[in-house]
Design a protein around this ligand. Structure first.
Ligand code: ADE
Ligand code: ZN
Length: 346
């Protein structure tokens, strides 16, 4: 495809219009302050902030942990199946407008079961939203159950077993929460069991943690994608391996900015990752907390990095389909939609 005819001026419009898959979105991170307060009121849950404005003002993070403390407090308003459904529907409606055609969505069951919410309440509510998104918006989706890495492997195993009653509603497992001090190796057995059950495997690694955590995720957890992974560039051998094995990185530029992984977007290494032959994708991570959904991430990072143009826009969207867990026919169909969108811009 000839990308040379697409001017830089039209890039934001192209980025917004192109179909894309989102592969790194924590559904609890899509909970907007207005919905947090509405659910708190409805469910009689006390919050530490007096108003929506005060909560938003608290979104001044210094690192991953400072964000997670507020993120878990925000999730405390979710009690009923309908709450989980409402949260996920709000996300789907928002990203359908961003031309997200497929989303693979993380959820953190331990954040809810620890408060006495049943696993079935969480999964059934989210699954109901996934069905509605397909029917009402034409957006396909799948759920990925994440283990909280600051908790023990025994708790992760118990969570997996608890979730198996709802096996048909999720396609894989992931690993999130506080990265530093909680290496992937801590979860070797639970990921092995998930693999035996035919579940896909992904893990956050190399967001704040060192390249060795990415290597452990590959070697010991046998993950198919790395979430974030931006610190891989500190190991040229690892970059080579990720490129050779076609392991996708689900990169989240605005998250990296807000959590101070990079001081400014102009310092972000997305262009470097792509040009090293890595299968990078662009995602929102926790859009309600980091100041933008997936299109905001695309537009902001392309504005900050002059090395990114129409060819990279195509590669990023194409990678999002290739790295997704849908079948080959669905990948072909989404790629055909992408080609048609680009044809309209040439
Ligand atoms: N949970 C939600 N967002 C996360 C992130 N960016 N890293 C680790 N755990 C998370
Ligand atoms: Zn994440």
């Amino acid at each position: 495809m000839d990308f040379g005819t697409i001017s830089r001026q039209r890039l934001p419009e192209l980025l917004r219009a192109m179909p894309k898959a989102e592969l790194h979105i924590h559904i609890e991170g899509s909970l907007e302050p207005e919905l947090i307060f509405a659910l708190a009121r409805k469910n009689g849950v006390a919050l530490a902030w007096p108003s929506v404005e005060a909560l938003r003002a608290a979104y001044a993070f210094t690192d991953l942990q400072s964000f997670l403390d507020i993120y878990y407090a925000g999730a405390s308003v979710l009690l009923h199946e309908s709450d989980f459904e409402a949260m996920a529907m709000a996300y789907f409606c928002r990203v359908a407008a961003d031309h997200v055609v497929h989303a693979e969505i993380f959820f953190d069951p331990q954040t809810h079961t620890a408060r006495g919410v049943a696993m079935g309440t969480v999964i059934r509510g989210l699954a109901r939203a996934c069905e509605r998104a397909k029917r009402e918006l034409g957006v396909t989706s799948a759920l990925i159950l994440c283990f909280l890495r600051h908790l023990s492997e025994e708790e992760a195993i118990a969570t997996l077993h608890d979730a198996l009653s709802y096996r048909e509603h999720f396609i894989g497992v992931g690993l999130d929460s506080s990265e530093r001090g909680h290496p992937p190796e801590k979860f070797t057995r639970v990921f092995a069991e998930a693999g035996k059950l035919g579940l896909h495997r992904v893990a956050h690694a190399g967001e704040e943690g060192p390249p060795a955590y990415i290597e452990q995720a590959l070697e010991l957890l046998h993950v198919e994608r790395i979430d974030h992974g931006v610190r891989c560039v500190e190991s040229p051998a690892l970059v080579k391996r990720l490129a050779a094995e076609g392991i996708a990185l689900t990169v989240c530029p605005l998250s990296n900015l807000k959590l101070r992984v990079f001081d400014k977007l102009a310092d972000h290494n997305l262009a470097e990752l792509l040009h090293a032959g890595l299968k990078a994708t662009v995602n929102s991570d926790d859009p309600a907390y980091f100041g933008g959904y997936v299109n905001d991430n695309f537009v902001a990072i392309f504005e900050a990095l002059p090395q990114l143009g129409a060819a990279e826009a195509y590669a990023l969207a194409r990678n999002s389909f290739d790295a997704s867990f849908v079948d080959a026919a669905a990948k072909r169909s989404m790629t055909a939609q992408l080609d048609a969108a680009f044809a309209r811009f040439r």
